[in-house]
Design a protein around this ligand. Structure first.
Ligand SMILES: [Zn+2]
Length: 174
């Protein structure tokens, strides 16, 4: 499809945008306009990197060869059903629900893998999620993830009302 950035171009756009954002945040905190703790910056950065390199909206192409699937190595095969389930630039490319579909899908896959591991090797101790998870941790994680996703959608030329417009168009045609 002409005009749609490739995986590599998406990565470059996200890295460039991250650099600009990091510079702006650094400048703003020097001026004491905002306070971000090193831990918050780290959580944001981690989630942004995961969103950019591992949970790209273009995983909706995972039934074929796509950059974001390649980053998973052998585990890339786990995304094939996602690629078959979601049409390219459909629900996967909406602003709010799209990023959620990948988180939910990932949670299901992790649950499946953990389930199989428990069954095959019951003696293996799996890392536990620290409880309770505080808002101070979750907020920068969600922000980093969503910003990485929205940069992808902006680069694709997908507008925030993507899903709704589609629905309306369908209604109007009838
Ligand atoms: Zn895309």
């Amino acid at each position: 499809m002409a005009g749609v950035p490739s995986g590599r171009v998406h990565n470059l756009i996200n890295i460039a945008a991250y650099s600009v954002l990091a510079g702006a945040v650094l400048a703003a905190s020097r001026q004491e306009l905002l306070t971000i703790t090193p831990a918050q910056a780290l959580y944001f950065t981690l989630a942004f990197a995961v969103g950019t390199f591992l949970l790209s909206p273009d995983l909706d192409l995972a039934e074929g060869r796509v950059d974001s699937k390649r980053h998973w190595g052998v585990l890339g095969i786990l995304w094939v059903p996602y690629g078959m389930l979601f049409s390219h630039r459909g629900l996967s490319h909406t602003w709010v629900v799209g990023p959620l579909t990948r988180l939910v899908y990932l949670a299901v896959m992790v649950a499946l893998v953990v389930g199989v591991l428990r069954y095959v090797a019951p003696s293996v101790t799996l890392p536990a999620i620290p409880q309770p998870i505080s808002v101070k941790v979750v907020a920068p994680l969600i922000a980093g993830y969503y910003v990485s996703q929205w940069l992808h959608l902006i680069a694709d030329g997908v507008r925030p009302d993507h899903g709704m417009r589609r629905g309306f168009r369908k209604l109007r045609r009838r």
